[in-house]
Design a protein. Structure first.
Length: 277
């Protein structure tokens, strides 16, 4: 009887062990073979992007190229890049269900970064012009810019015509650079990588004037005593986001977001945040 009992006990233990082993394998298989976890925001966004027909440099992220030396459109606040363009890009990304990543680079590298797929779009107080449109597409305009002339307070330059024969500082590859070169000749134009460098050259007497966008001009004049902005406007232009020509779906998505942001007043609130009337 003891032998039978022992045999039954052994068989029971073996069965339990086999059941446990089988259960472990079943759990692993079930976990592996079960439905995939709910997609993350990035995955869901990527699928949505594919449905809309646009491509992204990084899944779930809208990568913006800019030159953060252009207040109040883009500039550094500590380690963060803030400004009108940064806020608008964030609002666009939110509308599209994406995170925003901002890449700071030289202004003349932005179009190349966008056209070669290293950035999804460029926002940098960039003007729509025919030369740029040969390489990239543009969104609908989101702001109006004005090119102005900065001079020293005691300068004899009072209007654009007075710039003939003078040395003019500009930021490389900007419309100010293009207009000045066209109107006054290449020999009269001195190019700088940053607008702030052109203004510094003006304070040091290396150039006679600087042509640059009105809003950053205000910031530069405020920060540098002895400078002024001429009352005469040089050129009025539109700002827009540049996007790769082979990413028309993204252009459509950005335009849709911009239209909604304009309709609900967000665009104007962003501008008013940085530009006081």
């Amino acid at each position: 009887m003891k032998k039978v009992s022992a045999l039954i006990l052994a068989l029971t233990m073996c069965t339990a062990m086999l059941t446990a082993c089988g259960g472990g394998n079943s759990t692993t298989t079930s976990s592996t073979g079960s439905a995939a976890p709910a997609p993350t925001t990035s995955a869901a966004t990527s699928e949505a992007g594919a449905d809309e027909g646009y491509k992204l440099v990084k899944e779930g992220t809208l990568t913006m190229a800019t030159n953060a030396q252009f207040p109040p459109y883009e500039y550094y606040d500590g380690k963060d890049i803030i400004g009108i363009d940064a806020d608008i890009a964030k609002a666009i990304a939110d509308k599209m269900g994406l995170e925003l990543k901002i890449e700071d680079m030289e202004f003349d590298s932005i179009i190349t970064a966008v056209s070669t797929g290293k950035a999804d779009l460029g926002l940098a107080g960039m003007t729509v012009d025919p030369d740029r449109q040969k390489n990239v597409d543009f969104s609908d305009p989101y702001a109006t810019g004005v090119q102005v002339i900065i001079v020293k307070e005691d300068s004899t330059i009072a209007k654009p015509d007075d710039l003939k024969g003078k040395k003019i500082g500009v930021q490389l590859a900007t419309t100010g650079d293009q207009y000045a070169t066209k109107d006054y000749g290449k020999d009269s134009v001195v190019q700088y990588n940053k607008g702030s460098d052109a203004v510094m050259a003006l304070t040091q007497g290396q150039v006679d004037a600087v042509i640059i966008d009105n809003e950053p001009a205000k910031s530069y004049v405020e920060a540098n005593k002895g400078l002024k902005i001429l009352d005469t406007k040089y050129v009025t232009e539109n700002y827009a986001a540049c996007i790769s020509k082979d990413n028309t779906g993204l252009t459509k998505a950005v335009n849709k977001a911009l239209a909604e942001l304009k309709a609900d007043g967000t665009l104007q609130k962003i501008v008013d945040k940085y530009i006081k009337a």
